[in-house]
Design a binder for this molecule. Structure first.
Ligand SMILES: C[S@@+](CC[C@H](N)C(=O)[O-])C[C@H]1O[C@@H](n2cnc3c(N)ncnc32)[C@H](O)[C@@H]1O
Length: 473
């Protein structure tokens, strides 16, 4: 059987028939059509009342189409309070009913807002973004903010918050860090800190709660508790117990005594055992006592030290006085000479296997953001004591070029909410011929005799745990 083309007059007649049947259905009362939805689908315009007709038997469809005007005149009240059907009709964009001869329908503002709110909202949001972007662009380009070389800023960083007290500083950070994902990064960093750990510019101790204190406080645990902890970390035997990496000791250093006051109170809160002697409202000076400069707890496995990290770093309790992990968060923005600080860190970390882990903030990828940082840098410095518009990547690259063996393992800008201003940096020190540290127990910070560690005599027996046999003597 072959398909024959449909003649044009047949097609037109088909369309007229459909129109006619639709008009006919509109005239029928609901009980005759059998369903309200049939009427809605066929007309789109609500009628105020069904026509007064008695129940009739269903008529055959009329052969000739009914004239369009007879279909259903729109009720007079419909423009002010349109039903859902009429608003559907209006989406055609003409604003007229189904018949072509009617005057265009007018929308009230309320109706427009109700029916098109998503589109209006989207357009408003886009206009706002575009407007603020253009305004900041023009503002930043008309009067660019002054930029300074690192270390040559108008005010030398002291690292301490200027306007706020350390307590206010700490409370303020609680809220904002959680919002911007910094707390999560601190946790990740804490989990990576193993072996003998040094935290430079420890401040109010915001990372302390994320370290694993089990090995440091092991003397205060029962054998059962300790073994259970170790087994958990080994995946209940999935890995060998010797492969479990824990934090063996912790040394925190900061220049500011008032920051360390809060830091000590935090030690009391987060270290689970063996720090009960720290009073609730501890002051660092009081705890450090006459000798000053450092607080030693848990048989020297936990030390809090006051000093300038640019002058040298304290020797660690590990082999050759080095640390397996050197941590620093938001410190390169806070010191006068960040390159020198990085060189000092490189000197005290165990070559090859040791890691320097940094979480920093500074210039972004985007110049627009950098313009804003530059403009608000002085205000931020006054409040928080750091220059947040420094080019951290550049500082690290320069240090890498200047310090033999220093190497970037990873550098990335995590999270989108900080607009590329935050950096996660992992460094290590490769052994360079003739310059690798000697395993003879000499303390790197004391080697040149100039560092403040030697001045404080940090390599002395007071801070270096003695070997087991020696301690018993
Ligand atoms: C922005 S705070 C960061 C504190 C902490 N690391 C944190 O993540 O919350 C900077 C810290 O660096 C310390 N600091 C500044 N200069 C220092 C220096 N030369 N030596 C040691 N610490 C220093 C300040 O006292 C301050 O506690």
């Amino acid at each position: 059987m072959s398909l024959q083309p449909v003649p044009a007059h047949h097609a037109l007649r088909g369309i007229s028939l459909l129109r006619g049947s639709r008009a006919y259905l509109n005239q029928l009362p609901a009980q005759h059509t059998g369903s309200r939805s049939v009427r809605r689908a066929s007309s789109g315009i609500r009628r105020s009342a069904p026509p007064h007709r008695k129940t009739q038997a269903a008529k055959p469809l009329p052969f000739k189409p009914a004239p369009p005007k007879a279909a259903s005149p729109p009720p007079p009240s419909s423009p002010a309070t349109p039903g859902p059907e009429s608003s559907n009709d209006n989406r055609s964009g003409t604003g007229t009913g189904s018949s072509g001869g009617e005057a265009p329908r007018k929308f009230s503002v309320a109706e427009l807002v109700r029916t098109r709110w998503i589109a209006l909202f989207g357009a408003g949001a886009m206009a706002l973004c575009l407007g603020s972007f253009t305004a900041s662009f023009v503002y930043l380009n008309l009067s660019p903010a002054p930029k300074y070389e690192t270390g040559h800023e108008p005010t030398v960083p002291t690292g301490r918050p200027g306007i706020q007290s350390p307590l206010e500083f700490d409370l303020h950070l609680d809220k904002s860090e959680h919002r911007y994902g910094i707390t999560k990064l601190r946790r990740q960093l804490g989990e990576r800190a193993t072996g003998h750990v040094l935290e430079v510019a420890v401040g109010t101790g915001r990372n302390l709660e994320f370290y694993d204190w089990a090995a440091v406080t092991a003397a205060h645990l029962s054998t059962g508790e300790r073994n259970r902890g170790l087994l958990e970390k080994s995946g209940w035997g999935a890995r060998r117990l010797e492969d479990v990496r824990e934090m063996l000791s912790f040394t925190g250093l900061d220049i500011s005594e008032t920051m360390l006051d809060i830091g000590l109170r935090r030690v009391r809160q987060v270290v689970p055992h063996g720090v009960d002697q720290i009073p609730k409202k501890a002051s660092f000076a009081q705890q450090a006592g006459q000798g000053g400069g450092h607080v030693s707890l848990l048989d020297g496995k936990l030390r809090i030290i006051q000093g300038d990290a640019q002058d040298g770093l304290p020797a660690g309790p590990g082999p050759a006085g080095r640390y397996d992990t050197v941590v620093q968060t938001f410190g390169l923005c806070s010191v006068r000479d960040p390159a020198r600080l990085l060189a000092n860190m490189a000197r005290v970390v165990v070559p090859e296997t040791g890691r320097i882990l940094l979480l920093e903030h500074g210039r972004s990828w985007w110049e627009l953001v950098n313009g804003l940082l530059d403009r608000s840098a002085q205000g931020h410095f006054d409040r928080f004591g750091c220059w947040w518009n420094r080019d951290i990547e550049d500082i690290v690259e320069r240090a890498q070029a200047a310090v033999p063996g220093l190497e970037v393992v990873e550098i990335r800008r995590p999270g989108w909410s900080t607009l590329g201003t935050h950096l996660w940096i992992e460094l290590r020190v490769r052994e360079v011929g003739g310059q690798e540290p000697k395993e003879d127990g000499r303390k790197p910070a004391a080697e040149d005799g100039k560092g403040w560690a030697s001045w404080l005599n940090l390599g002395s027996s007071a801070l270096t745990p003695k070997p087991q046999g020696e301690a018993k003597k």
